[in-house]
Design a binder for this molecule. Structure first.
Ligand SMILES: *Cc1c(COP(=O)(O)O)cnc(C)c1O
Length: 389
């Protein structure tokens, strides 16, 4: 795929303004169905619903503009959007396996991806193996004759484990296995898995792509054949589509994607610089930090990191950790990330919740997301709270 200029993608691609009064902002075509002037048009549309306007569970004009931009951002031929990132992951995986087949997945993906394999697909006779994705030999060893999907998430979003994308793609191709990656962490601004030969690229568009914490949306980017297959089967059958109104909001969000992701990246680096020198900090978790075990690979595959990083703090009691967390005011305590607002997930919040405790991550661990606020203003807040540790 030839690279299309980012400026062109965000400002012009897919926007046929002559079709709608030369409006700058594309209209929300809030219509469930579309009429045909004659039988020839009717037949043409029904022969290819993905590219004609028949019914909005299939192809809606507002949603179509978004799809075109997303495909270009990920350097793939086509894209689909779903009502959530989880929906996009499920469609990509389900679309490439059948009963009796097997999936290899990196060991620490998004929680509902684990659920999809363990609780959902196992009911339909689809097997899976979780492997240490930082070790290509472990991935290789997990491949069986019936393996059909290699499911990656690089980096993941708590500890930022990385898979070698070129090596994974080559290994999978040699065994006719489809590679699927959750690329939400890096966004298309900082990593394009298609460059390394990955087949299907997924995003939780809820995060950076929309970027305003007001839409839940999923994205699937792939070649034409894969997109057509998943459109005709999982998207049309399971019907987890995005509404035209939400698509317009995501289009609005995309206009500022590079500005936002780079701002979050710079601000995260600013805060990491401050934190790294603080006596109460035990460890910084961030793919580009000099202490990160896979830093070299991260820098080979990614152009930047964005606003997510984690910290293990030094303290001698859970009570002090709780006091520290409660003192922080300018990072909201909330799941998700990728919006305008800075957030934190303190793992001490999972204490005593069955099934949510992570034995690998101690109670002194906090996952931060840095939004668009002034990083100095955020540091003031953290510095004050650190006195309580
Ligand atoms: C949030 C998230 C998802 C799920 O996306 P939804 O839009 O919430 O369904 C999947 N993968 C990653 C890495 C995420 O952060």
């Amino acid at each position: 795929m030839q690279q299309i200029d980012l400026n062109y993608i965000l400002t012009h691609l897919g926007e046929n303004r002559e079709d709608y009064f030369h409006a700058i902002a594309p209209p929300v075509i809030q219509s469930s169905n579309f009429a045909f002037p004659d039988l020839t048009a009717f037949r043409t549309a029904f022969s290819d619903e993905l590219h004609h306007h028949v019914y909005s569970r299939g192809n809606n004009p507002t949603v179509e503009i978004l799809r075109k931009k997303l495909a270009a951002l990920e350097k793939t031929e086509d894209a689909l959007v779903f009502s959530s990132g989880a929906g996009a992951i499920a469609a990509a995986v389900i679309g490439n396996v059948a009963a009796g087949e097997h999936i290899v997945c990196q060991q620490a993906p998004y929680s509902w991806t684990i659920h999809l394999l363990k609780k959902f697909l196992s009911r339909f006779g689809v097997e899976h193996t979780f492997v240490d994705g930082t070790d290509i030999n472990a991935i290789k060893a997990a491949i069986r004759p019936n393996t059909k999907v290699l499911l990656l998430e690089s980096p993941n979003t708590m500890t930022f484990e990385i898979q070698d994308l070129s090596a994974c793609a080559a290994l999978a191709k040699a065994h006719s296995i489809v590679t699927i990656i959750d690329n939400s962490y890096a966004s298309p601004i900082f990593q394009n898995p298609a460059d390394f030969g990955i087949d299907v690229i997924i995003h939780s568009g809820t995060k950076y792509l929309n970027g305003h914490s007001d839409v839940v949306v999923g994205v699937l980017c792939a070649d034409k054949a894969m997109v057509k297959k998943i459109f005709e089967s999982e998207l049309m059958t399971l019907g987890g589509i995005l509404s035209p109104h939400d698509a317009a909001l995501v289009l609005r969000g995309l206009r500022t994607l590079p500005l936002r992701v780079k701002r979050s990246d710079e601000s995260a680096n600013y805060l990491i610089g401050k934190l790294a020198n603080h006596p109460k900090v035990a460890r910084i978790w961030h793919p580009f930090h000099h202490s990160f075990p896979q830093r070299e690979l991260a820098m080979k595959q990614m152009r930047g990191c964005g606003g997510l990083f984690s910290v293990t703090f030094k303290t001698d009691s859970p009570d002090k950790m709780e006091a520290f967390i409660h003192q922080i005011e300018r990072f909201l305590m909330a799941v998700s990330w990728g919006g305008h607002e800075s957030l934190m997930i303190p793992t001490i919040g999972f204490y005593n919740i069955p099934g949510r405790e992570n034995p690998v991550i101690p109670y002194t661990f906090v996952r931060f997301y840095v939004g668009l606020e002034d990083p100095e203003w955020l540091w003031e807040d953290l510095e004050k709270a650190l006195l309580l540790l």
